[in-house]
Design a protein around this ligand. Structure first.
Ligand SMILES: NC(=O)c1ccc[n+]([C@@H]2O[C@H](COP(=O)([O-])OP(=O)(O)OC[C@H]3O[C@@H](n4cnc5c(N)ncnc54)[C@H](O)[C@@H]3O)[C@@H](O)[C@H]2O)c1
Length: 284
């Protein structure tokens, strides 16, 4: 059993992460400015932009909710472009991440997992991707203040790890988070190949996202790594190769693209984290 601090556990992805970590026998504390919608584990109200609050929480200074903690999972953020003014999105998200990273450094926590985003791959792909499936091998192409903030998060993680060779920081570039109740809308995506081209027709079931978080906590390397986390298939009935040929005709198709396979490659996550997506909107 590990003692794990999670930020953003009251949110869409966070709820699934709390459930998964608790189900796997961990002792979990949620930090969020919003109250939890269900009582999965203890929850503390926090403003992550306030370093004093963050430092106290990470270092075990909240009455009855003390540490020490073995790992920190940082999910809290304004979760997409266009939900708040650009400067608010950037400042809220990057300051929260800095505060968490710095508090972990002071507390000596060597195991940090955080939510990055598929957006750093160049979403909404008004500029086509360099090749497909996209992977972690090309330099990020943030196209929004939200995505720029995620790239800053990843850059900070790489530097914190350079400062401390014992530290591991894992940035999970989640695709669009879905629950089974969202799948009723999927069949209608088929009528317009352009409707979901913005993320190459990808998605992540929240339960598989939670699996990726759990596996990242258990990873055995040091340093910073980023991983794309998506499901194994697309949101479409049409083949992925035919979608690419129609919507991105000039883009190189890399390797063997099987019928509905994801164009957001999860090969690195499979190889280094043992990630193995279990869910699909096709068979629930
Ligand atoms: N939802 C998606 O499709 C998606 C895709 C890729 C990446 N992500 C990332 O995954 C993470 C979780 O996303 P989500 O969809 O669950 O979002 P969400 O909005 O449902 O949950 C985020 C939580 O963070 C909390 N929060 C935000 N700023 C805070 C602050 N300053 N102090 C304290 N709490 C704060 C909110 O109260 C909320 O409960 C985010 O980092 C997001 O950027 C989400």
């Amino acid at each position: 059993m590990a003692r794990i601090l999670v930020t953003g556990g009251s949110g869409k992805l966070g709820r699934a992460v709390l459930r998964d970590l608790v189900a796997h026998g961990n002792s979990v504390l949620n930090l969020d400015q919003a109250p939890p919608q269900e009582a999965i584990c203890p929850s503390v109200k926090i403003d992550l932009s306030d370093f004093g609050e963050v430092a106290a929480a990470v270092m075990g200074g909240i009455d009855e909710r003390g540490g020490p903690f073995d790992a920190v999972v940082h999910l809290a953020a304004i979760p997409a472009p266009g939900l708040a003014a650009n400067a608010r999105t950037f400042t809220n998200n990057v300051s929260a991440t800095y505060n968490i990273f710095e508090a972990c450094r002071l507390a000596g926590i060597k195991n940090v997992v955080f939510a990055s985003s598929e957006t750093v791959l160049g979403l909404p792909f008004d500029t086509p991707p360099p090749y497909a499936p996209v992977d972690e091998e090309y330099f990020p192409r943030p196209e929004s203040a939200y995505s720029l903030g995620k790239l800053v998060d990843e850059t900070m993680a790489a530097q914190f790890c350079r400062w401390d060779p014992e530290l591991r920081m894992v940035g999970l570039r989640f695709s669009n988070v879905m629950y089974p109740e969202d799948y009723a809308a999927f069949p209608k995506f088929d009528s317009d190949p352009n409707a979901r081209k913005w993320n190459l027709w990808g998605y992540i079931d929240a339960r598989d996202g939670a699996q990726a978080v759990r596996r990242a906590i258990l990873a055995d390397f040091k340093g910073f790594e980023a991983f794309i986390i998506a499901n194994a298939d697309s949101v479409m009935s049409r083949s992925s190769a035919s979608l690419l040929a129609e919507v991105f005709p000039g883009v190189e198709q890399k390797g063997n693209i099987s019928t509905n396979s994801t164009l957001l490659s999860v090969e690195k996550a499979k190889r280094m984290l043992g990630y193995s997506p279990q869910y699909s909107w096709r068979h629930q």
